[in-house]
Design a protein around this ligand. Structure first.
Ligand code: ADP
Ligand code: MG
Length: 701
């Protein structure tokens, strides 16, 4: 395509002009011809079809009928007048009404000859009517071959007020396409065109605006969606390619004594097949001369921590240090206890760092890290601070990675001259469509198996009136030596209000479960970290049987004896949060329960979420449902990924096209990663243009 033509400001197009150009820019960000070219219609009205009046129903929006005007009359009421006419076909009658320009229309209205009427249908007292329909003689209609599928654009309120209607866009795009005739060149090489059954670029642009038939429209949509997703995938895979080219890693070729001794002497159970497979993938990565950037996905309780630990031992065996960062102090503390417990027989020194580590401890810790005496550092985001300097950090693990911002993660990269290998872990599974896009530049490992002996958690929804029964059940579990979590939601953004909610809940729980028989702990965001870990430890040791908490326990907490998770106001939680919270129980061999309390009156969406959670224990399934219920717009990370800039494709609905585009991009980048071949020249050009600004997207990892 001609560059200058594409870059011509929109105002120069016949029919637009400076004023309308300003509006288009303000409302849709359209600056030039190129922006206009991808301002696709939102939908199409099928004008190839005529309805019989008797067929019309409230379910239809815009319809087209033919018949004769049998009657028309000007009606005056309250100083306002309107024109009411009646159209008849063999099957029935419909009212046509005009409020504006009624006089002119009355004079012009073709009576007693066949006409085509098109407009938005409504019903008044069971009778069909149209307000301000389009109307023209049937003869005329046939002679000028109207559009079989009429494009409809989204017209903002402002533009409507300014008198811009569909007809403006129709004229504009006719003119635009006339200008571009013969100037829209193909960008894909022949093999891609053939493999994917694509129509030409030029044809696609014609058919997307003025489709000749439904079949041609769908081919045009396919072509343009494919193209859009192709470039999205290309951006992701190119980034991965360049990443690997630029960032050579430390090759960990030794499988040394730490890992072997741990495996033989310290491993408390045998690994699941999935853990073994994933560990192998990680070992393979670490052995290469390339920095690892791997995402480990595994449902709650699938045993990711152990995999991380063993990966860290590989780093240690090669003379490097390792770190593990967790999003909350509670979780970090728990990791620290587990790691130091398991690794002390091997004489490995593990240190713990959070925001509340004292100054003196910190000084010692900094020294130990720089010296290389401390081999593993566990902590919260405190460990990415600049004063924390390692002798040689070889592997950085980030648990529950979605809780960290891109910038925080990127800072880990800078801990060495060469960036350390990065292992990201998440229990919030990412639906396949998203993992191909959002995380398309990471390597992904999946643990799809739970350790043996786990019983599926039973999840039940209960209303307030069943509270006594629910409490009875909890007493029974406690009588059998089990422990219970009771979680209150974050209702307001204000900590004060939430705190009050939690405290009220705590009081009513204390009345229902009185001392001395029952001991209750409490956890919330306002407590100091010392208080928090003291409370958590009492629960871990079994000194308290009930833990009343806000969502601070959402991630990671692992107390195998806890078998009941009671969630108050479950209707206020999102799906992945419910799944995470539920994952706090069912971590041992005992039957566990998740009880969702809610009001009787809850929204349909909330009901849908609760139904999904009650039905499924599978994190991947839940994630897909979550995406379906919420749409990708709300998902973490979608903003920076460019997924929301898509003009025609929808990564959720068009996952098939996405898969196809990804496949082609993989073939292309494998054969010609720099896009140097002459038949890839157009792709390169387009790519550079499209992603010039975006290539610096925040690094993940
Ligand atoms: P998550 O993947 O949710 O982080 P964890 O790593 O916390 O899961 O592991 C959950 C629980 O399962 C822990 O108590 C852990 O000790 C245990 N576990 C991990 N791997 C195995 C295994 N192979 N066999 C039995 N239990 C295991
Ligand atoms: Mg975990």
């Amino acid at each position: 395509m001609l560059k200058t033509l594409l870059e011509t400001p929109a105002e120069y197009l016949k029919g637009i002009g400076p004023q309308r150009a300003l509006w288009l820019r303000a409302e849709y960000g359209i600056k030039n011809y190129e922006d206009l070219l991808s301002f696709y219609p939102r939908r199409y009205i099928d004008r190839s079809r005529f309805y019989r009046i008797s067929e019309l129903s409230a379910a239809q929006a815009e319809v087209q009928v033919t018949g004769r005007i049998t009657f028309a009359e000007m009606v005056h009421r309250n100083k306002r007048k309107r024109l009411v006419a009646q159209l008849e076909d063999q099957s029935g009658k419909i009212d046509l009404i005009w409020f504006q320009k009624a006089d002119i229309i009355e004079r012009w209205l073709p009576r007693d000859l066949p006409v085509v009427v098109f407009g938005r249908l409504s019903f008044f007292q069971g009778h069909p009517q149209m307000t301000h329909p389009e109307i023209e003689p049937l003869e005329h209609y046939h002679s000028c071959t109207p559009m079989p599928l009429q494009p409809v654009w989204t017209i903002s309120e402002l533009l409507q007020k300014k008198g811009i209607h569909q007809s403006f866009f129709i004229k504009t795009f006719r003119e635009l396409l006339r200008l571009f005739k013969g100037r829209i060149h193909e960008i894909f090489p022949e093999n891609i065109m053939i493999n994917c059954g694509l129509i030409s670029r030029e044809e696609a642009f014609y058919q997307i605006y003025f489709p000749e038939s439904l079949g041609k429209l769908s081919k045009a949509q396919y072509r343009l969606k494919f193209e859009e997703l192709f470039f999205l995938q290309l951006a992701l895979l190119m980034r991965r390619y360049h990443h690997k080219k630029i960032h050579s890693g430390y090759p960990f070729t030794n499988v040394g004594s730490y890992l072997q001794r741990f495996y033989r002497e310290c491993l408390p159970f045998s690994l699941t097949q999935a853990q073994k497979r994933v560990l192998k993938e990680i070992r393979h990565d670490l052995g290469q001369n390339v920095q690892m950037n791997r995402l480990l996905q595994g449902d709650v309780g699938s045993g990711k921590t152990l995999v991380a630990l063993m990966a860290m031992l590989i780093a240690l065996d090669n003379g490097f240090q390792a770190s593990l960062m967790a999003p909350t102090e509670i979780l970090a503390a728990q990791h620290y206890q587990m790691l130091s417990g398991l690794l002390s027989p091997l004489g490995i020194i593990v240190a713990f760092l959070t925001g509340s580590t004292s100054r003196t401890d910190r000084r010692q810790l900094h020294y130990g890290l720089r010296e290389g005496r401390i081999l593993i550092l566990v902590g919260t985001h405190a460990l990415i601070e600049d004063e924390v300097v390692f002798k040689n950090l070889g592997l950085a693990v980030i648990d529950e990675q979605h809780r960290f911002g891109v910038i925080q993660r990127a800072r880990l990269w800078k801990k060495n001259e060469r960036p350390p290998h990065i292992l990201l872990m998440t229990a919030t599974p990412i639906p396949r469509t998203l993992s191909m896009t959002l995380y398309g530049d990471l390597d992904v490992s999946i643990i799809d198996e739970l350790p043996p002996g786990r019983k599926a958690i039973k999840t039940l929804h209960r209303y307030e009136h069943a509270r006594l029964e629910v409490f009875g059940f909890i007493r029974d579990q406690i009588a059998h030596g089990r422990q219970v979590y009771i979680v209150y939601p974050l209702i307001e953004e204000s900590e004060k209000v939430d705190y009050k909610n939690l405290m009220e809940g705590y009081e009513s729980i204390s009345r229902a479960f009185p001392l001395p028989e029952y001991r209750i702990g409490i956890l919330h965001g306002k407590m100091s970290s010392v208080e928090k870990s003291a409370e958590m430890n009492r629960f871990i040791k079994g000194e308290t049987q009930i833990m009343v908490s806000t969502t601070v326990i959402e991630v990671g907490v692992d107390v195998q004896n806890a078998t009941v998770m009671l969630i108050e106001n479950a209707e206020l939680f999102g799906l992945s949060q419910l799944h995470q919270l539920r994952g706090r129980v069912g971590r041992g061999a005992r039957q566990s329960y998740c009880l969702l309390m809610s009001d009787e009156k809850i929204s349909n969406e909330a009901r849908a979420r609760i139904e999904v959670i009650c039905r499924s224990n599978n994190g991947f399934e839940i994630a897909e449902e979550d995406l379906r219920l919420r749409g990708p717009g709300d998902l973490m990370g979608t903003k920076q990924s460019g997924l929301l800039d898509l003009r025609i494709a929808n990564i959720f609905k068009d996952s098939c096209v996405l898969g196809k585009a990804r496949e082609q991009v993989m073939i292309l980048t494998r054969e010609d990663p720099e896009l140097l071949a002459s038949n890839h020249h157009k792709i390169l050009e387009m790519f550079q243009k499209k992603y010039r600004e975006k290539l610096s997207w925040g690094k993940i990892g």
